[in-house]
Design a protein around this ligand. Structure first.
Ligand SMILES: N[C@@H](CCC(=O)N[C@@H](CS)C(=O)NCC(=O)O)C(=O)O
Length: 208
């Protein structure tokens, strides 16, 4: 498998899971700051011009974090990173994945994209401030959801944890408040050797 990623981007989630699975994979860096994602060579891989993208051995490419993470877990059931079909625990983990992808990620996207989305500097400031406030609400809800638990699903690491770690990292870099439970979960995740490897490879030092 080949993971198209950018250091510190949301592709950290599948990167962490690939490390957790201990399977062979190749990392292909897409430099988002240089606009590599919009270059014709990459658009052939992912016409949506985003990372992550997962290249499979038969040449197909899978995109979208929830799909990639679920596929990795389902094709390596022995790792127990997602409960089997039909169990409520699976739907709960997917509830987090859907929340992360549809709400939390897009909320952060508005902060990162303020300069692109709004033309005037004054408007940008207001827009960014509002996006920061919205994102903070999501982070507060994360913290409530993690309260009293080691991981998103309780005692066991699942693919949902890999996604939440991305937002922990972004929140501290943007000056947002990650709550106590979220911080404790991030610290626990960073102590897992596989995740520590993914973080080191991407040059990320978590602010804990
Ligand atoms: N819905 C996609 C979102 C992916 C996404 O927004 N990736 C960002 C990095 S975190 C990206 O590639 N941005 C590049 C751009 O928008 O130009 C997913 O869940 O995988």
């Amino acid at each position: 498998m080949k993971l198209y990623y950018s250091p510190g981007a949301c592709s950290l989630a599948p990167h962490s899971v690939l490390e957790e699975l201990g399977v062979p994979f190749e990392l292909v860096k897409v430099n988002l700051h240089d606009g590599d994602q919009r270059k014709p060579e990459y658009l052939k891989i992912n016409p949506k011009a985003k990372v992550p993208a997962l290249g499979l051995s038969d040449g197909q490419v899978l995109t979208e974090n929830p799909a990639i993470l679920s596929y990795l877990a389902d094709t390596h059931p022995q790792a127990g990173l997602l409960a089997p079909v039909g169990e409520l625990a699976r739907a709960r983990a997917q509830e987090w994945l859907a929340w992360c992808a549809s709400t939390v990620h897009t909320s952060f996207g508005m902060i990162f994209g303020a300069a692109r989305l709004v033309e005037e500097p004054v408007g940008q400031e207001i827009f960014k401030k509002q996006a920061m406030a919205n994102t903070q609400k999501q982070l507060d809800a994360f913290d409530r959801g993690l309260d009293g638990k080691a991981y998103v699903m309780g005692e066991r690491f699942t693919i949902a944890d890999a996604y939440t770690l991305v937002f922990y990292n972004w929140s501290t870099r943007l000056g947002l408040r990650a709550g106590k439970a979220h911080r404790a979960q991030a610290a626990r995740l960073s102590e897992r050797p596989a995740i520590a490897r993914a973080l080191a490879t991407e040059g990320i030092t978590l602010q804990l």
